[in-house]
Design a protein around this ligand. Structure first.
Ligand code: CP3
Length: 334
């Protein structure tokens, strides 16, 4: 049977701790950053979910925090704790001399992309980086934070310092993405996971402007590359983001305003999302129902099926299979 209207699908964090084959490699490699910088292992991990599931995208296995590492900040990942970064207070605290030297430290990642490109067959290959404000958030907070008080105080009281560092992050992220594209990524996603912390002028200065610059420069560098933006938690600011930042794909969480969908249709921007990853922890037929709801919600838009945030470590593999089946059945029944 000929399939019409195939709905492309992938999952944020599709390679990760819910997969026993990932845990097997992870058990033998306690240094997470080193794992990200090992082309053989990182490419193997990137391909693990595609061996199990009928997915349309490979995403590079790496982390957004390779950028602070490249900029000379000490980054470690502690077991059951998440990332830990040595505190910085200004750009002088970074061991950063120039862009090329910094990129050299993470150039192994381009080798990973090369390997993936040689094995991708007809799949899309997604490269990525963190959004500049999200990366700055981790650099200033020193890790995961509930209150985000340090970053909020920093951008209020030391705006010039914050802008100086954002500029460096933006610049290196652009070069980093260009290298990923040169080595075979045909999509890039910018994970601005903490966009929801900011409003008004701060949203314009720290979210819109840096994302605009990345989008513009990547587009000038490579026309065919698709850019996915993910300003998570933006709520009503999703509309401003859509107006101001040129996106091919906009990844949505649960906070987007309803009117956004018609604006995205007008601008021919593809919607990505937005099944809540918490749903994948539940039993029974709810997963199927929730997946159908997402498909119905976005049926008038161009749609890439995904979650509203990454797969959680306790996710059952059978639930991922259920979601994919519902998506495939839905597209063939249309
Ligand atoms: O999506 C994929 O499969 C590609 C790989 C990927 C990872 N991290 C692997 C990872 C991607 C795209 C990321 C992005 C990332 N990393 C973001 C943006 C998306 C988001 O979740 O908001 C952020 C904020 C980070 C920073 C980070 N990395 C944190 C806060 C943590 C610890 C908490 C957590 O969720 O695990 C990590 C570690 C990390 N990155 C793991 C993986 C598979 C787990 C590491 C382990 O094996 O112990």
């Amino acid at each position: 049977m000929k399939i019409v209207n195939r709905i492309p699908i992938w999952f944020m964090r599709q390679a990760g701790r819910y997969l026993p084959e990932y845990m097997e490699i992870r058990a033998k490699n306690s240094d997470f950053l080193k794992l990200c910088l090992d082309p053989d292992l990182a490419s193997e991990i990137s391909l693990q979910p595609l061996k199990r599931f009928d997915l349309d995208f490979i995403i590079l296995f790496s982390d957004i925090l390779v950028i602070p590492h490249a900029l000379g900040q000490e980054v470690t990942f502690l077991k059951n704790h998440g990332p830990l970064l040595k505190s910085i207070y200004s750009k002088k605290d970074l061991d950063y001399k120039n862009l090329n030297k910094a990129l050299d430290k993470i150039s192994n990642i381009f080798e990973t992309i090369k390997i993936l490109n040689s094995k991708k067959k007809k799949k899309n290959l997604i490269g990525f980086c963190g959004g500049p404000f999200t990366v700055l958030n981790y650099m200033i907070e020193g890790g995961t934070s509930k209150t985000h008080s340090k970053i909020k105080t920093f951008i209020k009281n030391k705006k010039d310092e914050a802008n100086d560092i954002i500029k460096i992050i933006t610049e290196i992220s652009i070069e980093y993405l260009k290298n990923q594209i040169e080595n075979g990524a045909n999509y890039v996603q910018i994970f601005e996971s903490w966009a929801g912390l900011l409003e008004n002028e701060e949203y314009i200065d720290f979210i819109i402007k840096p994302n605009q610059q990345i989008s513009k420069e990547i587009r000038e560098f490579s026309k065919p590359t698709k850019i996915i933006h993910f300003p998570r938690g933006s709520r009503k600011n999703y509309k401003i983001f859509t107006e101001e930042v040129k996106c091919d794909v906009l990844s949505l969480d649960q906070t987007y305003p309803k009117e956004l969908l018609s604006l995205l249709r007008e601008k021919r921007i593809t919607v990505q999302g937005n099944l809540d990853p918490q749903e994948l922890l539940k039993e029974g037929e709810r997963v199927e129902e929730k997946t159908k709801e997402v498909l119905e919600k976005f049926k008038k838009n161009n749609h890439i099926f995904n979650l509203s945030h990454g797969i959680l470590p306790k996710t059952k593999i059978s639930n991922i299979e259920k979601v994919i089946k519902v998506v495939r059945d839905y597209e063939t029944s249309k």
